[in-house]
Design a protein around this ligand. Structure first.
Ligand code: ATP
Length: 603
């Protein structure tokens, strides 16, 4: 807890150190502002003295009034300047924060990226970062003003009339003491509020995404209640903060009023009873005292919003810490999408990979997601360059986990994955991802045109000719031809939907553009129509002709044609070898093949 508090400070202080120049500027402007406030009071007192006490004609104070107007204008400009710098600080700090959050999320390891709820992360990235605004736009400028200007005012008052100065000095600390007490409570409440907001956003997002499923299972109204409940909790947390804010303002006003009253009473006594003070001095002090307390009061209000912001920053920091907990694996940014099916003998186009396929070696690899949970023990084996490997085993055996270890999306708990003899962790992440295509069962389609979605396969801008060529090789050209705007049709969210087979062809087209040296392929478990399956089979065969291919295989065809089959059972690599070898020496494999044959799996 104590440690996390320090870390919160360090994130804030990191942000503050980036703003050092602006903080100096605010300090400088605040000094001038203090001088302007004192000057305005002096000039006003002088003018009032001349007109009302000395009964001088208005014309005699024309010069004073003119200077007073200039001083007021300067004061307004200085205030405006401080406000602007505050806003600039907030804008740049928010950019830093948002960039940090997005970078962390993008570069998080697979388990870290999947941890937590999407809606919560979205609300954190957008709302919590926005909430940090007031720390920079309000809290810091007001705090600097409160540290500089009251000192100037106090000095003037002490010079004029030390008694009033002592009263101000004695009453002023009540404001910061009160602020600290309230602030502590506000920060905790603010953290609560963000937890509630994250929960509310997650519930809402889940409900929208799973609306069809919820309706089909008759859970729509129950989910509605959950949203309602979640929104009430968020409302209560917000109201809790507002309640503190209102109480805070009321208490501050009371303290300020009492303090001004005490100084005014003392001035009146000195002026009327003891006659130890001139009207001009008393009036000047009376003008400065409200300025003094109003600055402290403003800093009190700013302190409240500053604490709220700190709660938000603390939440962001937690998110950053969570996302950074697994330094292990590489990022998801280059992960490719799905496709289907197995090898086919009809290869008629040569796809030259970007690089020579590497030798992949597993050395005593073990992995677990969390201590005590599922453990994968993959042992040691080598995948030769250009070899076609099938990973087989029951559902939940650990096939996808093994694929992710090879891809570098997960890092072994013990042991190593070596690429061309060098540990994967020592390879440049971007360079490694450039070599691989990961074709999952559920390719992600971005809300953009079909052409843009294919072009993702290439790190640079792909030409239309390259896109069309890749689409043709993946059997997607016919799909594009059927669309009204062809390759410029918007697909994904907000555009037209694509069928499962079309999505897989799109994923393949991306891979054709990329020309990977290693293809990781999570074969679809669901059947596709024969035509689609043939197209995909041919495309994948073409793509893998000169690449290393590792398939989580479900089809007997794929399994039988693999150079080597890895059989995994309950997290253990039981055996590896060719189809014929395993049939003879591994009864579990023979049993699985038997089941597949009986099940009529295409072979
Ligand atoms: N992110 C995760 N955190 C914790 N456990 C996980 C995670 N992902 C998978 N597991 C667990 O690891 C085990 C292996 O999962 P994996 O996805 O590798 O199996 P699989 O053989 O690919 O299964 P399937 O064929 O059904 O896709 C399962 O028990 C699963 O519950």
């Amino acid at each position: 807890m104590g440690q996390s508090k320090n870390k919160s400070k360090s994130l804030m202080s990191q942000l503050m150190s980036l703003q050092r120049k602006r903080l100096y500027m605010i300090s400088g402007l605040s000094l001038m502002l203090g001088a302007a406030i004192a000057g305005q009071a002096v000039l006003t007192a002088e003018a009032v003295e001349r007109i009302f006490v000395q009964k001088a004609p208005i014309s005699s104070i024309a010069a004073i009034l003119a200077i007073l107007l200039i001083v007021i204008a300067v004061r307004v400009l200085l205030l405006h300047g401080n406000g602007r710098i505050g806003l600039q600080m907030a804008a740049s700090a928010k950019t830093e924060l948002r960039t940090a959050v997005l970078q962390k999320l993008i570069h998080a390891s697979l388990p870290a990226a999947l941890r937590g709820q999407t809606g919560g992360k979205v609300s954190m990235t957008l709302d919590a970062v926005d909430e940090a605004d007031s720390y920079f736009s309000q809290y810091m400028p007001r705090m600097i003003e409160a540290a500089v200007i009251p000192v100037i005012i106090l000095t003037v008052v002490f010079v004029l009339h030390p008694h009033s100065g002592f009263i101000m000095l004695a009453t002023a600390p009540f404001i910061p003491i009160f602020m600290v007490l309230v602030g502590m409570k506000t920060k905790r409440k603010s953290e609560e509020k963000f937890a509630q907001l994250a929960e509310f956003s997650s519930t809402f997002l889940e409900s929208v995404q799973g609306l069809v499923t919820l309706k089909l299972f008759g859970r729509a109204s129950q989910q509605q209640q959950e949203i309602e409940h979640s929104s009430y909790k968020f409302r209560d947390a917000t109201m809790g903060i507002l309640r503190i804010a209102f109480t805070n303002t009321f208490m501050l006003e009371t303290i300020v009023m009492l303090s001004i009253g005490i100084v005014a009473l003392e001035l009146a006594l000195q002026l009327l009873i003891f006659k130890s003070l001139s009207f001009q001095t008393a009036f000047l002090i009376l003008l400065l005292v409200p300025e003094f307390y109003s600055l402290l009061k403003n800093s009190g209000t700013a302190f409240h919003s500053g604490r709220t912001s700190m709660g938000a920053v603390r939440k962001i920091e937690q998110l950053l810490e969570d996302a950074g907990k697994e330094p292990a694996a590489m990022t998801l940014e280059h992960v490719e999408k799905p496709a289907t099916v197995a090898l086919s003998p009809t290869v008629d186009v040569t796809v030259e990979p970007n690089r020579r396929p590497p030798v992949i070696e597993m050395r005593e690899v073990r992995f677990h997601y969390a201590p005590g949970s599922f453990e994968l023990s993959a042992g040691s084996f080598k995948i030769r360059a250009g070899e076609h490997i099938a990973i087989v085993g029951k559902s939940g055996a650990g096939k996808t986990t093994l694929l992710h270890l090879v891809a570098g999306l997960l890092q072994p708990t013990t042991g190593q994955v070596l690429i061309d003899g060098l540990p994967l962790a020592q390879h440049q992440e971007a360079a490694w991802f450039k070599q691989i295509s990961y074709i999952t069962q559920h390719p992600y389609i971005f809300a953009s045109t079909l052409a843009d979605n294919i072009a993702i396969g290439l790190g640079r801008n792909a030409s239309r000719a390259e896109i069309v060529q890749a689409a043709e090789a993946a059997g997607l050209a016919a799909v594009a031809a059927g669309l009204e705007q062809g390759y410029d049709t918007v697909v994904g969210e907000g555009g037209i939907g694509l069928s499962g087979g079309e999505k897989q062809r799109l994923a393949l087209a991306r891979a054709f553009l990329k020309k990977p040296a290693v293809i990781l392929f999570d074969e679809p478990t669901v059947g596709l129509d024969l035509h689609t399956e043939r197209i995909l089979q041919r495309s994948i065969a073409e793509l893998s002709a000169k690449a290393t291919m590792i398939t989580v295989a479900h089809r007997l065809y794929t399994i039988r044609h693999a150079d080597c089959i890895l059989f995994i059972d309950d997290g253990k690599l039981l055996d590896r070898g060719s189809h014929d070898e395993l049939l003879v020496r591994l009864p579990q494999y023979a049993a699985m093949v038997n089941v597949q044959r009986k099940g009529g799996s295409r072979s």
